[in-house]
Design a binder for this molecule. Structure first.
Ligand code: HEC
Ligand code: HEC
Ligand code: HEC
Ligand code: HEC
Ligand code: HEC
Ligand code: HEC
Length: 489
């Protein structure tokens, strides 16, 4: 009986144009994959596109081809059934007592192993590529250029994007890939925000990202930092400030809890709400201390119900919001270049001129390059190193300003200090009072967060003192620093 069945012609469902085309695509991309794979293994040139072609594009077409074959077979079978062709024999029937079937099975087994091995290696590599800095930062070129460029000169230049943006675990992975597909569509259709919006609403909590590397119990104590500046005068007078920042710590077993990192102690809970998209206006703060005592602070103007807003628990990125992508303001960028001797402080008015050409509005990078060159050449025509000067200011521009994406310091507030942006003073401004008491979030005292240990220029900086009054360059000033300072001219 069995042999009778074999004698009947097998319906050859793969014989249709769709399956045939799918087969061609699959085989073609399989060989493309082999070739690209070989190139990637043997040529260590580190080209990110090679990886993307080999482990993302080629497998995509391979599976597309296989999918088409399947669909073709399915249609053909349905068609055959409709036409009344009776399947006489299950396609999968194997009879090991027949040598023919044994041989076929061997070939099939070896073939499958080889065939499956490549996609297996491939998919591992695909995973690696999709997690790599090149993929995140370079594959979608135009929109990511600002973040990628700023990242490369940040303290985290050797930390991959996914460590902060994806975090660990399968849920994070799936979420990120879904998000990635959405972004990819945006890139292809040109439908993305310029500049890309900040802050990122769905960034994972710092516990799962920053704290994987930065031991949250670490006691940092006081950190000494010098902020170099130059005045906008003819001689570009140097004016530096040296602070001892009371960073402190947040864990009682590793040092006193207090200072700036007090906010992230496991035992305290600080929550706030912001009424603007960039989290710059914070009219309401709630503190829950280790004993569970709740204190609610409000500004006088804010009479709304807090629960109508999104309440956020404060973590690392509420202060360190630009750990990897800092777009330097023109003032800071020029101060920094002057302080390391990249720009020559002996060139008259270079501080104010360089800031002015950087801060001017340009529509494209090319326009900016021409604008910077034109204005600096006109001003410093007689300086012998004018070419060098132009190139250096252009480089500052290219690293911090991205007119095509409208991304620069204006679009991305820095929350860690209080000079150009409100930063700490979003809450520590003397306007947040505890409901029902006179208690305030500490503000007016300039020594609650840091002491000034030296300030001024030249020899003055060597006269250190544990606690100096801030001496503003020029005439004494009143008001919040960011009333006058904006990072620009
Ligand atoms: C050290 C951690 C860290 C690394 C590494 C990192 N980022 Fe970010 N990124 C952040 C934080 C923090 C923000 C701002 C989040 C906020 O304010 O909500 C951000 C913001 C962004 C934004 C939104 C726009 C903006 O500037 O606020 C994009 C896009 C982005 N990152 C892309 C990247 C890419 C691409 C890489 C790798 C080349 C990368 N990031 C590496 C921490 C990181
Ligand atoms: C994969 C590990 C890793 C992750 C994740 C990470 N960092 Fe870092 N971070 C580092 C390393 C390494 C350094 C030291 C760089 C150096 O010494 O120059 C550093 C330095 C820093 C510094 C000191 C920067 C300076 O100016 O010297 C700060 C602040 C910081 N990280 C904050 C953060 C924040 C906030 C996050 C989360 C958004 C984060 N880090 C995520 C590894 C990491
Ligand atoms: C209230 C604001 C604030 C919060 C919240 C905050 N930091 Fe800081 N952190 C600072 C300031 C200010 C400094 C001093 C350095 C500076 O001004 O750049 C600092 C310094 C650091 C440094 C450098 C310290 C060293 O020993 O070199 C690291 C690393 C750091 N913070 C990581 C974190 C991490 C991780 C978190 C979240 C668990 C966090 N910070 C939360 C404000 C904050
Ligand atoms: C979201 C609001 C908010 C922001 C932003 C904020 N703080 Fe605070 N901070 C508070 C509150 C609330 C307290 C506690 C007030 C109280 O109940 O005593 C506090 C307390 C402090 C203390 C005293 C801690 C102690 O030892 O008891 C320091 C120092 C401090 N903040 C520094 C900073 C610095 C520096 C920044 C900016 C980098 C900053 N804060 C940003 C809300 C904020
Ligand atoms: C709530 C905490 C806090 C208070 C209060 C505070 N500061 Fe600061 N200040 C900071 C932090 C944090 C930085 C460091 C910013 C950074 O690392 O970029 C800073 C930086 C500075 C700098 C250096 C800025 C620069 O870029 O050169 C000066 C000057 C300064 N503060 C003066 C003052 C004066 C004057 C007062 C009193 C009116 C004051 N601060 C009150 C937290 C505070
Ligand atoms: C009333 C306006 C005003 C206020 C308020 C103000 N400044 Fe200034 N600041 C100026 C002017 C004007 C200059 C001189 C600009 C120059 O020569 O570059 C200056 C210069 C400076 C400089 C040196 C130049 C530079 O690179 O920025 C520093 C540092 C500085 N201010 C810090 C502060 C700090 C910190 C605060 C807040 C505690 C503050 N200023 C408040 C107007 C102000």
């Amino acid at each position: 009986m069995k042999d009778d069945k074999h004698a009947t012609a097998q319906p050859q469902h793969w014989r249709n144009w769709l399956s045939f085309a799918g087969g061609v695509v699959a085989i073609g991309s399989f060989f493309a994959f082999l070739l690209l794979f070989a190139i990637d293994v043997f040529a260590h040139n580190g080209n990110p596109y090679m990886g993307i072609l080999a482990y993302v594009i080629a497998p995509f077409f391979l599976f597309l081809g296989l999918g088409l074959m399947g669909i073709g077979i399915w249609f053909q079978r349905r068609h055959a059934r409709r036409m009344g062709v009776v399947e006489t024999h299950s396609l999968l029937a194997v009879d090991l007592s027949r040598p023919d079937d044994r041989r076929r099975l061997q070939i099939f087994a070896v073939g499958s192993v080889v065939f499956l091995l490549f996609p297996a290696i491939g998919s591992y590599q695909s995973y690696q590529v999709s997690e790599s800095v090149q993929f995140c930062g370079q594959a979608c070129h135009v929109p990511m250029k600002p973040e990628f460029t700023a990242y490369q000169s940040s303290p985290h230049a050797r930390v991959s994007c996914v460590e902060c943006h994806v975090g660990h675990g399968p849920e994070a992975f799936v979420k990120a890939k879904m998000n990635g597909v959405h972004q990819l569509i945006g890139v292809i259709t040109g439908d993305y925000d310029r500049p890309i919006k900040t802050p990122i609403r769905n960034l994972r909590p710092a516990r799962e990202t920053c704290e994987q590397c930065h031991w949250p119990q670490k006691f940092s104590g006081n950190i000494d930092r010098t902020y170099p500046h130059f005045l906008a005068d003819a001689t570009n007078t140097a004016y530096a400030i040296r602070l001892s920042l009371k960073v402190g710590g947040a864990d009682p077993t590793h040092g006193p809890v207090g200072g700036i990192h007090w906010h992230v102690s496991q035992d305290n809970k600080i929550e706030y709400l912001a009424t603007d998209d960039r989290r710059q206006i914070i009219p309401w703060v709630r503190v829950t201390d280790p004993q569970g005592v709740v204190t609610e602070y409000r500004t006088a103007k804010f009479t709304n119900d807090a629960n109508a807003f999104e309440i956020r628990r404060m973590d690392c990125i509420d202060c360190h919001n630009r750990p990897a992508h800092q777009y330097r303001a023109p003032n800071d960028a020029v101060d920094f270049a002057l302080s390391i001797g990249k720009l020559d402080p002996k060139l008259p008015w270079i501080k104010s001129n360089a800031v002015a050409v950087l801060a001017a509005k340009y529509a494209t990078e090319a326009e900016a390059m021409a604008g910077i060159a034109g204005r600096l050449r006109a001003t410093y025509a007689s300086a012998p190193e004018v070419d060098d000067l132009v190139r250096k200011v252009q480089t500052i521009y290219q690293q911090n300003f991205f007119p095509e994406m409208k991304a620069d310091w204006r679009a991305y507030p820095v929350n860690i200090g209080h000079k150009d942006w409100a930063g700490c003073f979003r809450c520590h401004d003397g306007k947040h009072s505890a409901v029902g008491t006179k208690k305030q979030i500490p503000a007016s005292d300039c020594t609650s967060c840091h002491t000034i240990i030296a300030q001024g220029t030249g020899a003055e900086l060597n006269q250190m003192s544990p606690r100096l009054e801030f001496k503003h360059p020029g005439d004494p000033v009143d008001g919040a620093c960011n009333d006058c300072h904006s990072g620009g001219p």
